[in-house]
Each structure stands twice: as C-alpha cells, then as structure tokens.
Ligand binder design. Structure first.
Ligand SMILES: O=P(O)(O)OC[C@H]1O[C@H](OP(=O)(O)OP(=O)(O)O)[C@H](O)[C@@H]1O
Ligand SMILES: Nc1ncnc2[nH]cnc12
Length: 176
C-alpha cells in the first residue's frame, strides 16, 4: 500500500474501560504487528521532524521506546531512554508526575544527554501531558534543549498540548 493511502486510525484498536472504568484505551499493538504500517508511521514522523536538526531522541518507557528507537535509527541519531524509577543502573535524576490513570516517577541517566544537545521527545501518545512535561523537565536539568515532541496519537480533549511550553509538536493522529 502506498503511504498516502494509509488511514492510520484503522490500525488503532480502542478498548473501553482499560485499565480502569471510563478510559478508552488506544491500543497500538494492532499497528505495530503490521510491518508495512509500522514502517509508514515512522517514515511520516521522520519527514515531519527532520528539519529540527535533532542530535538525540529521548523516549519514555515503554511505548515511547517502540516509537523513539526506530525514529532515531531512521534519522541516524542516538536514543536516550527515560525509564520508570529504579530501572536504570547508573547515576540518575528523577521526577514525579500524574497520569490519566495514576501516578509515577521517571528517571534518566545523568550522562544520557550532553549539555547543548537538541533533543526530540518521542512517544506513542499524548494524553494529559504529564509524561512529556516530566520528560522535558529531566532533559532540561541535564542541559539538553527540547526542540520538539512527536507522537503517534494525541488525545486533544485532555489538553496535554498546553503543557508543552512552546515546543514544536507533531502528532500523526488526533482524537477529539
Ligand atoms: O500524557 P500522559 O497523561 O502523561 O499520558 C501518556 C503516557 O501514558 C502512557 O504511558 P504509561 O505511563 O501508561 O506507560 P507504558 O508506556 O509503560 O504503558 C503513554 O505511553 C504515554 O507515555
Ligand atoms: N487513553 C489512553 N490510551 C492509551 N494510552 C494512554 N496513556 C494515557 N491515556 C491513554
């Protein structure tokens, strides 16, 4: 199928009441299992962010890895993992945040970013923006410049975009 003929939303499965009542969960596994569609979303994201002159991509665990790592390879830049607290073996910095369904803490290695590097944050989905605001906070503490954020999906009704603080945002699919 040519890239232009993809309707990417057809590849997203919406599961009601997961992980708790009232949440309509956007499941990307139905997209990931289709190699051509997976490739097409990464190609589209690459085309959208190329102009930002990115030095490194940072992606939050776990779904940010399946978007951020292939995008980093496609752009020929490195990948810095942002992990849930307690998972990274080296010296870390941490920050707490609220999610659409709960609370968590994120961490980065202190040497994950070289001060002055231009960093793109990549994740599967923007909901309340808590994950991204926290990721931005960690990257900036390490001296990185957050030049953009790229997502497969944006849940516009949760207004996460407002937490992005002027950073350029790209989302492939929007749910109103
Ligand atoms: O905009 P927010 O309200 O912060 O929500 C979006 C985040 O929530 C999900 O991750 P989750 O923490 O559920 O972890 P997972 O990727 O390990 O499933 C999703 O992958 C985003 O990272
Ligand atoms: N509604 C949702 N679907 C999938 N992942 C999410 N992360 C936060 N909210 C989500």
């Amino acid at each position: 199928m040519s890239k232009a003929s993809y309707n990417f939303k057809d590849y997203i499965r919406v599961i009601p009441d997961f992980p708790q009542p009232g949440i309509r969960f956007k499941d990307i596994t139905t997209l990931l299992k289709d190699g051509a569609a997976y490739r097409a979303v990464i190609d589209e994201m690459k085309a959208a962010v190329e102009h930002l002159k990115i030095d490194v991509i940072a992606g939050p665990e776990a779904r940010g890895f399946v978007v951020g790592a292939p995008l980093a390879l496609a752009l020929g830049v490195g990948f810095a993992p942002i992990r849930k607290s307690g998972k990274l073996p080296g010296e870390t910095i941490t920050a707490s945040y609220d999610l659409e369904y709960g609370k968590d803490q994120l961490a980065m290695h202190k040497d994950a970013i070289t001060p002055g590097q231009r960093v793109l944050i990549a994740d599967d989905l923007l909901a309340t923006g808590g994950t991204i605001a926290t990721s931005m906070n960690l990257i900036r503490q390490l001296g990185g410049e957050v030049v953009g954020a790229a997502f497969l999906i944006e849940l516009a009704y949760l207004n996460g975009r407002e937490k992005l603080d002027g950073v350029e945002l790209f989302s492939l699919m929007t749910y109103e």
